[in-house]
Design a protein around this ligand. Structure first.
Ligand code: KIV
Ligand code: ZN
Length: 514
């Protein structure tokens, strides 16, 4: 058996099913390019039958990405499989991923099917998918809660029809590591023909065991791990790519398994996912959290200064967090700025670079040094920039313990200057109330998050908002050294995106899925 693990990334499909994580087509394409750079073997680009937006995004990714297999998810119906194939047929390497539930709970209450009907349906789906491509993956949804012998029968039937990968999902994150490993061993011993196919794990994190279960599965003989960046996904999320890859890398002495992941691309990938989804990474998150390599306690700092290995099991630079990296400042020129963008993996037009460079100079005048995260935040504003109906001209906020928070805002609305003042229960509320009045927006705030991009007193604040209006959902981002200004920018960016969504059908269907 090979000791190489196939990394199947499903950030664009299962990850996108996280509450509030929907991405538009341009964002998905940007992420797909980063996944290619990261070196995943397979990317599940979406579920084409779910919406037109999903279909278009999978198709575009299939036509763009050349070095990675592109998978599309489909239920067992012919309609779903047709749609999946239509979306991926131009990919350099394609895969159809079809699934049906196998647990008695799902059979009885959801599918209302007998076990025999499930075997027949799964066989038929794999046979049909095989008529389009050699590369067919079959998943037994809720597999970990299914009867083990029945699972062997369903997988056996899928193998007979030519499935090349068999995936075992722990759909509701119920399994324990020993049990999950044992189930994989049982499948290997009792499923006819299983030695011809790759066994895959797909774990959810409801009990916080997704990574442990995945590693147990790999130890037991699985050779594909389905994962997402930052572990985003339905409910408590999926197994996180960075945790599995770095566990295999750091404990290769015990696991004896490798991946093709370029580990230095882990941190940039994590930042990008967080930026496009607006889902902030918790500071204590393993591998990519802001504190993952921070040593606070005196005794730890002393040890690390003497020898990093006393308290560090991985080097930050291995995951792309280079503590010695070059920082840009106000004396950096256009050339250095462009080189930095290339180093961070951004492929931009000259016009985009010029626009960004102006913003960079404004920011560099306020701060001595700009870290990569600051540059990425500028790029994020750029990615999320659509044709602006509303532009922030001026903002003045008065707040404190003895005044009613008041905001005076000047906006350019379709090129015309308008000014108004308003109140609120806090400075941000006053700003948002005033902007809402000026723009006539009926949008509601679904989420508001604020975080510091880098450490230090002069750190930039990064605000991300999610707005909903008439069923349309838009993400807005804003960064500034002043968090109230960053909040205003994020709100205005979100309002501009809502305006854009109203006139762009692809984005509408995409964001409607929330
Ligand atoms: O969690 C799950 O069961 C899934 C399948 C569709 C693979 O995401
Ligand atoms: Zn899943």
């Amino acid at each position: 058996m090979t000791d190489q693990v196939i990394i199947f990334d499903t950030t664009l499909r299962d990850g996108e099913q996280s509450p509030g994580a929907s991405m538009n087509t341009a964002e998905k394409l940007r992420l797909a390019r980063q996944l290619e750079r990261l070196g995943v073997d397979v990317m599940e680009a979406g579920f084409p039958a779910a919406s037109n937006g999903d279909f278009e995004a999978v198709k575009l990714i299939s036509e763009t990405v050349r070095n990675v297999q592109v998978a599309a998810l489909a239920r067992t119906s012919k309609g779903d499989i047709d749609r999946a194939w239509e979306a991926i047929k131009n990919a350099a390497h394609h895969r159809i991923h079809t699934f049906i539930a196998t647990s008695d709970i799902h059979l009885k209450h959801k599918l209302r099917m007998t076990r025999e009907q499930v075997i027949e349906t799964a066989s038929e789906a794999v046979r049909y998918a095989k008529s389009f491509t050699e590369n067919v993956e079959f998943s037994a949804e809720d597999g970990s809660r299914s009867d083990w012998d029945f699972l062997c029968q369903v997988y056996g039937a899928a193998i007979k029809q030519g499935a090349t990968t068999l995936n075992l999902p722990d759909t509701v994150g119920y399994a324990l590591p020993d049990e999950f490993g044992q189930l994989i061993r049982y499948l290997r011993e009792h499923t006819p023909g299983i030695e011809k196919v790759i066994i895959s794990t797909h774990c959810h994190n409801d009990l916080g065991l997704a990574t442990a279960n995945t590693l147990a599965g790999l130890k037991a003989g699985a050779r594909q791990a389905e994962v997402t960046i930052n572990g985003i996904g339905e409910r408590a999320g999926n197994t996180s790519l960075e945790e599995v890859v770095m566990s295999l890398y750091t404990r290769r002495d015990l696991m004896g398994l490798t991946t093709k992941i370029r580990t230095e691309e882990i941190y940039p990938s994590s930042r990008l996912v967080s930026m496009v989804t607006g889902i902030v990474v918790q500071p204590n998150k393993a591998i990519v959290g802001a504190n993952a390599f921070a040593h606070e306690a005196g005794i730890h700092q002393d040890g690390v200064l003497k020898n990093r290995m006393t308290y560090e099991i991985m080097e930050p630079k291995t995951v792309g967090l280079d503590t010695n990296r070059l920082v840009l400042g106000k004396h950096s020129g256009r050339h250095a700025f462009r080189a930095k963008l290339t180093e961070l993996g951004y492929d931009m037009t000259q016009e985009e670079i010029d626009r960004l460079f102006e913003k960079f100079k404004e920011l560099a005048d306020k701060r001595k040094e700009l870290a990569d995260e600051d540059i990425e935040a500028l790029v994020a504003e750029q990615i999320l920039r659509v044709h602006d109906v509303y532009e922030l001209g001026y903002l003045n906020v008065v707040s404190g313990t003895v005044t009613v928070p008041t905001a005076t805002v000047r906006l350019k609305i379709k090129g015309k200057e308008v000014q108004k003042a308003g109140f609120g229960i806090g400075p941000i509320d006053a700003t948002y109330n005033t902007i809402a009045k000026m723009t006539g927006s009926k949008s509601k705030l679904l989420r508001f998050t604020v975080s510091a991009i880098t450490g230090g007193m002069d750190a930039q604040g990064e605000v991300s908002v999610r707005l909903i209006e008439d069923g349309l959902v838009a993400l807005g981002k804003g960064t500034d050294t002043d968090i109230i200004t960053a909040s205003a920018k994020a709100f205005i960016n979100g309002l501009n995106r809502l305006e854009y969504l109203k006139t762009n059908p692809t984005l509408i269907s995409d964001d409607r899925r929330l």
